[in-house]
Design a protein. Structure first.
Length: 461
């Protein structure tokens, strides 16, 4: 048994933990996920740089549909977490039979969901660039890119489901290694399709889809065949979706899905605000977001660890321990992302130079990144708190809090400030909103009733 699994068994078996043990457990679970998140960002950084060096038009073609792609990815994540949180709670209660029962149903439901999402993506791909305010010169590349990425969404869904199941069982290492491998494959495949076969923007989409397919197959193998707690090999059972499991998944995932839809819609509106500012602004906005992700990906790594800890803690009925682990996780996230924000402020010009050779893009990107750097501490609080609430199955109120912040603060300010300050005004609005959201989430963490356990059935009906 690994050190992290040994400490996780303390939670499941009701043993007390010292603060040092809690901190060690958070670090041990977070590090693999942080490394995977950072590597994913670095590889995506390289990927975007490859496209960026094809010119501002190529970057703009991807940038104009990028937010819609995030929306679809968010809906896939919501579907996966609706089932994964149940699995974490059952594992915390040492009920592995019920955990496998949920897993079987999750595979069927998420596969059906992914086919629906891919069909929608293919259907809207010819029209999406025009809906987003894109010009004729980038519309064709943008449509092709989105269609291929949408088709690959089936692989993305299954890879995400298998990865979240493994993580909720406490196995952060295998998903992290496989995600790092996916990033390496993505860069290799993209180089081959973009440059060797000279497919440009379309090549970037093909390379990403192929990397996702291979990773999904490997992730499912480690989940269904090799996992000690969740493998289905040797444990037969029904794959038929049942009302209790699907109903609980809907209760957890629907608020997340609604949040992703409206947050994705807000990102789309944000893109519509940026689009009239010109091709340079669109390209800068897209590339700067990629650079900024270097800062917040460690926060998502810690948030994933927090989801596992909180999910198993609540399943084991250890509310006091769960609160302590949650608060320590948030503190770690704030420290790490504050340091990353300082580094981003210092090295913003160099990072943008890697992304694009266009001087106007480098200058404008440096300015907006230095604005955003000030928001990183509270952005960390929002990210990790959200992971905590997901682990607790508390998704409805945080969803409404995020939506109110995004639509009421960010978009309103972005629309107003963009008139006088252009793209810098849009990013200033983003920084203000992220700080506001972080304060709201911290308030709920310390005074809210987020750790009321979901009532999960442990026997087959």
């Amino acid at each position: 048994m690994s050190k992290s699994q040994d400490l996780l068994s303390y939670i499941r078996n009701g043993r007390t933990m010292t603060q040092q043990e809690m901190l060690r457990l958070i670090v041990q679970l977070s590090i693999p996920s942080i490394l995977a998140q950072i590597s994913a960002t670095v590889m995506f950084f390289i990927d975007a740089s490859m496209v960026g060096h094809l010119g501002a038009k190529a970057s703009a073609a991807i940038g104009i549909v990028e937010t819609t792609g995030w929306l679809m990815g968010g809906l896939a994540s919501a579907a996966s977490m609706g089932f994964s949180v149940q699995v974490a709670h059952f594992i915390g209660a040492n009920d592995f039979e019920s955990a496998r029962r949920v897993l079987r149903q999750a595979l069927v439901c998420c596969l059906i969901w992914s086919f629906m999402m891919s069909a929608i993506c293919l259907g809207i791909s010819p029209f999406l660039p025009y809906w987003m305010g894109g010009s004729e010169e980038i519309a064709h590349d943008a449509s092709v890119y989105f269609a291929i990425i949408g088709l690959a969404g089936i692989f993305f869904q299954m890879e995400g489901l298998a990865g979240s199941m493994l993580k909720c069982s406490g196995n952060m290492k295998i998903p992290s290694i496989l995600n790092i491998g996916m990033c390496v494959m993505d860069v290799v495949f993209n180089y081959f399709f973009i440059y060797i076969l000279d497919l440009g923007v379309m090549g970037a989409a093909i390379g990403t889809g192929l990397a996702e397919l291979i990773t999904a197959l490997l992730m499912l193998y480690f989940l269904l065949v090799r996992s000690d707690m969740l493998r289905l090999k040797g444990f037969p059972g029904s794959f038929k979706p049942r009302s209790d499991t699907v109903g609980t998944a809907f209760k957890i995932g629907a608020p997340m899905g609604l949040q992703h839809m409206l947050m994705g819609g807000a990102q789309i509106v944000s893109t519509l605000i940026v689009a009239p500012l010109g091709t340079i602004a669109i390209a800068t906005h897209s590339l700067a977001i990629t650079v900024e992700s270097l800062c917040y990906m460690p926060g998502f790594g810690i948030a994933e660890a927090a989801t596992t800890l909180v999910g198993q803690g609540i399943g084991a009925g250890q509310k006091v321990l769960t609160r302590s682990l949650a608060r320590l996780s948030v503190g770690m996230g704030i420290v790490v992302m504050t340091l990353m924000g300082i580094l981003m402020w210092i090295f913003a010009p160099q990072l943008m130079t890697i992304m694009s050779p266009v001087e106007e893009v480098i200058t404008l990107g440096t300015q907006v990144l230095r604005i955003e750097a000030w928001a990183e501490p509270m952005f960390a609080a929002a990210i990790v708190c959200n992971g905590i609430f997901i682990g607790a199955g508390d998704t409805l109120k945080p969803a409404f809090m995020s939506l109110a912040s995004m639509w009421g603060v960010r978009l309103t300010l972005a629309w107003y400030l963009s008139k006088d300050y252009g793209l810098k005004g849009v990013w200033l609005a983003m920084a203000i909103e992220l700080t506001f959201r972080g304060i709201m989430f911290l308030t709920r963490l310390f005074v809210g009733h987020w750790n009321n356990k979901l009532k999960l059935k442990t026997k087959e009906i």
